[in-house]
Design a binder for this molecule. Structure first.
Ligand code: NDP
Length: 277
């Protein structure tokens, strides 16, 4: 029998998840149906209840329901607790298992797809929103030399650094700061985890943040050369990436969690890649 999955959000039309999971099902020979589910604002629980009652096995969760999914879950994985957000759920009787695979997807893209180790490297993360919350523990688990979180709202960067210090098992130095504190410090990996690129804006980051041989990683995807990537290019950075690989890898983690088989992501990444020009 065909097992049913869906991505739930509002709006939902833009979601690439059905395309990705349908491709994964084809390459792994899994018999699943994966659809988009538009839930009304305030109607998350009822929509998920109905999907489960109709035999649904699991869901991805996108904006604005990632917090609702935290409250809905019966078993929240540490990744979702730290992120304060859920992006995948698995249903088993009365149990609702909930995960957040964004961070592990990001790290897998950087380390495996882009061949860029984090171990012993200096890492700068711009932004202190949901994506940074999800990415922090998986990044720290790679044992970088240090992680600096910089945010427009300083208090959010500092609170997140404190949270990471409490949760991490390794003793990686983690600090929170404002853009003005960056000075002339430079970093081996610079992640733009702000949403500035979604409105073609540039966070106020100095061009000096990119160390020689740095990776500049834009978490947004499908936007081509964003202002952040342009800045990196002007600084002489040749290793540029956007978040398409992160998107594919977090989906592959969810697929493996649901189906017990990990799909190859290269086909999906190629299909969704927008050239960085
Ligand atoms: P949030 O809304 O949770 O956080 C947004 C962050 O961006 C905040 O830290 C905010 O600062 C900062 N910000 C917004 N505009 C500006 C600006 N003009 N200058 C400087 N800082 C700014 O967003 P998310 O964390 O969910 O998403 C962040 C990015 O990551 C988005 O581009 C999103 O598309 C991408 N993403 C990619 C994924 C993938 O699979 N590739 C998955 C998840 C996210 P402040 O706190 O001061 O308001």
């Amino acid at each position: 029998m065909t097992d049913r999955y869906a991505v739930i959000g509002n709006p939902i039309e833009q979601s690439k998840s059905p395309l990705i999971h349908t491709a994964f099902a084809q390459v792994t020979g899994q018999d699943i149906e994966y659809t988009k589910l538009l839930a009304p604002l305030g109607g998350f629980a009822q929509a998920v209840d109905a999907f489960r009652a109709a035999g649904g096995r699991g869901m991805n969760v996108t904006a604005p329901f990632k917090l609702d999914a935290c409250a809905y879950a019966t078993d929240l994985a540490p990744s979702a607790q730290m992120a304060g957000a859920v992006n995948a759920m698995k249903f088993d009787g009365d149990k609702v298992y909930a995960e957040n695979f964004d961070g592990v997807g990001l790290v897998r893209d950087v380390v495996t797809n882009l061949g860029c180790s984090l171990r012993g490297r200096r890492v700068l993360i711009l932004g202190a929103g949901g994506a940074t919350r999800g990415a922090l523990l998986p990044i720290l688990a790679q044992a970088p030399a240090e992680v600096l979180i910089v945010n427009r709202t300083l208090a959010k960067a500092q609170a997140l650094a404190e949270l990471a210090r409490q949760h991490q098992t390794d003793a990686v130095p983690v600090r929170g700061a404002g853009y003005a504190d960056l000075g002339t410090q430079s970093f081996d990996l610079v992640f733009n985890a702000t949403s500035a690129s979604l409105s073609a804006e540039l966070p106020p980051v100095p061009v000096s943040v990119f160390a020689q041989g740095a990776l500049a990683y834009e978490l947004a995807y499908g936007k081509g050369l964003t202002p952040f990537l342009k800045l990196a290019q002007q600084a002489g950075v040749t290793h540029l990436a956007d978040g398409v690989g992160m998107l594919a890898e977090q989906a592959a983690e969810a697929f493996a969690w649901w189906r017990g088989v990990r799909p190859d992501t290269q086909g999906v990444i190629q299909q969704l890649t927008v050239p960085l020009v």
